[in-house]
Design a protein. Structure first.
Length: 165
């Protein structure tokens, strides 16, 4: 089934998870929309359950993403449909594990994750190209999240008074 047909019929629970409740259907840069849509629930989780809660949510998003993306991929002819943004959610939440739940912390985490997800330094591009299916869809964004998490943690360590404490 073509991508346009999938957009017209997001009826299954896996469609809603894969597209992060429709954020992946927004026009122009669905990955950016998916990352933005990940921020409010992450903030709520971080405020109420702390970093352990956000870590648990990240693991659930990854597992749920594998399930949802595999269902979505089976019904389309695309290897990495742009409407599937649950991978951005998992990668963004992973990045946010290093961010304080503040506007500055979340803004920097968002920018860092998007940069690594778009630029795709080694081995992100290799993962995207060589690992097929839902695993490839999810793992390249997890790697981008690891890079962004690491840079954010480094910034917080090197510049402790940067408003990111």
């Amino acid at each position: 089934m073509a991508r346009e047909a999938m957009r017209a019929r997001p009826r299954q629970p896996s469609d809603w998870v894969a597209t992060w409740f429709g954020a992946g259907y927004l026009p122009k840069a669905p990955g950016t929309w998916g990352s933005l849509a990940a921020l409010p629930p992450a903030w709520a989780i971080a405020i109420t359950l702390g970093v352990p809660g956000l870590l648990a949510a990240t693991v659930l998003a990854f597992g749920g993403g594998l399930w949802a993306a595999s269902h979505y991929l089976r019904r389309t002819d695309e290897s990495d449909p742009s409407a599937v943004v649950i991978d951005e959610v998992a990668g963004q939440w992973l990045t946010l594990l290093a961010a304080p739940p503040t506007v500055a912390g979340y803004a920097l985490a968002f920018v860092l994750f998007r940069v690594f997800d778009i630029v795709k330094p080694w081995p992100i591009r290799m993962i995207e190209r060589r690992i097929p299916g839902a695993s490839g869809v999810m793992l390249d964004d997890i790697m981008a999240g690891i890079y962004a998490f690491s840079v954010l943690l480094l910034i917080r360590t090197v510049i402790p008074g940067a408003g990111l404490s």
